[in-house]
Design a protein around this ligand. Structure first.
Ligand code: DGY
Length: 417
């Protein structure tokens, strides 16, 4: 009996997978829709989903096709689409959108999406400071984001910026390329050893913790961190690691939970920012707080540009040549504040923290799963849930029967898993 039930389940699962394969038509057709250039996947899909920029990987297309969506990917060459073009893309019938962190998703766009019958939006990012969530909620549109797949990749860039700043990697690279290297010298590009110095983390959420572990375990740095929440498990992890070091002929690391962020700024040799951008953190690093830091400290930002007053930072970098910074994000992105590009003590990269192939493909899968999940009426997972099944499970598997991450789920009273 049991055997025949199991075999029936297997057969029905197999038929779901066959249906999934049938529903998919993953070849793209280049065309123009509403006067905008697009490539279309699964042309005969019932629900129209637009994607404002092409995304890496294939799984995200398969997920949307499996949910019976016609997927239109905009191929307009403008790097950041303006609202006019996005509204043109939405047109008068659009069920869902995957948008970019560079776009301004507020009343104008959500109003246009609602009017076109839109029911779902996902940002292609974990951060959503470009999305006015109350406006989306007002129009009844769920807003998805892509947590869980950026953590290590973003932490790695913060670590890379830290190392590059400490060891003057970019200055030395420019020197080498410009043919200035005449031979080894005891004084050439002398930088800072991180081992046994103190790393400071402000915002000890997922990414902050991953970065901290890289610096503590990889470079045996002491740590001081501040977070709005106590993060007891993280503290216990660090304390256990410290004991492990002690038990293995290594110097135990010192773990300090700061009472306020200023304590981190005053004590740390390296300060990495991992907070969300909102009204309370806008220009968190300003002239006064820069002056609290050590003269030869390293400041790292792979969070959001406006958490630093960049004009104050440029002045500080110029006045303190031993002070260094590593920046992945900028206040007026894509622009930099005047003078930053002249500062050899700044390492600057163009918002590439999540730019590993695995992560960018994973973000696409998460964003597609958000839109497909809402359009198919799948219950929403609680925030903070494990989401990596969406990257690996076969389409149609019971673990895919959810919507991974909707930030206004409660406000909209969505069905929860
Ligand atoms: C995000 O997802 O918020 C990142 O900034 C993208 O790199």
């Amino acid at each position: 009996m049991l055997t025949s039930v199991a075999s029936a389940v297997r057969q029905s699962t197999a038929s779901v997978f066959r249906t999934a394969t049938r529903a998919m038509s993953t070849k793209a057709v280049e065309t123009t829709v509403n006067g905008m250039p697009v490539k279309v996947y699964n042309e005969r899909g019932d629900q129209r989903v637009i994607v404002t920029k092409d995304l890496p990987g294939q799984r995200w297309v398969d997920i949307l096709a499996y949910a019976n969506c016609r997927v239109e990917v905009c191929t307009d060459p403008q790097t950041i689409l303006d609202n006019g073009k996005i509204k043109q893309l939405i047109g008068d019938k659009c069920d869902g959108v995957i948008g970019q962190l560079t776009e301004d998703w507020a009343d104008e766009l959500f109003g246009a999406l609602k009017k076109a019958g839109g029911k779902a939006f996902s940002n292609y990012a974990v951060g959503y400071n470009n999305v006015n969530v109350p406006d989306a909620t007002k129009h009844g549109i769920p807003v998805g984001n892509t947590p869980g797949v950026l953590t290590e990749t973003t932490a790695e860039i913060a670590a890379a910026l830290t190392l590059a700043a400490a060891r003057r990697v970019c200055e030395a690279d420019v020197f080498m390329r410009s043919g200035q290297y005449q031979g080894w010298l005891p004084t050439l590009f002398v930088g800072k050893l991180l081992q046994h110095k103190t790393v400071g983390v402000i915002g000890a959420g997922r990414i902050g913790q991953a970065y901290a572990k890289m610096m503590v375990e990889g470079h045996k740095m002491d740590i001081i961190y501040y977070d709005l929440f106590p993060q007891p498990k993280f503290k216990e992890y660090l304390e256990n690691y410290s004991k492990f070091c002690g038990a293995n002929d290594e110097r135990p690391i010192k773990v300090t939970v700061a009472k306020d962020p200023e304590e981190v700024l005053k004590v740390a040799d390296v300060v990495s920012l991992h907070m969300l951008l909102d009204k309370t953190t806008h220009h968190f690093i300003n002239k006064e707080r820069l002056h609290m830091m050590k003269e030869d400290a390293i400041l790292v930002n792979a969070a959001r540009g406006p958490v630093i007053d960049e004009v104050a930072l440029v002045a500080h970098l110029k006045a303190n040549p031993e002070f260094r910074c590593g920046l992945d994000v900028f206040e007026d992105e894509p622009a930099m504040k005047p003078g930053l590009e002249e500062c050899a003590n700044a390492v600057i990269v163009p918002h590439i923290a999540s730019a590993s192939l695995w992560t960018r493909g994973g973000m696409a899968t998460m964003a597609a799963s958000n839109v497909a999940g809402i359009l198919s009426g799948k219950p929403v997972l609680p925030q903070g849930s494990y989401v990596l099944d969406f990257l690996e499970e076969p389409l149609g598997s019971p673990k895919m029967e959810f919507t991974p991450s909707i930030v206004n789920d409660k406000d909209l009273g969505l069905k929860m898993a």
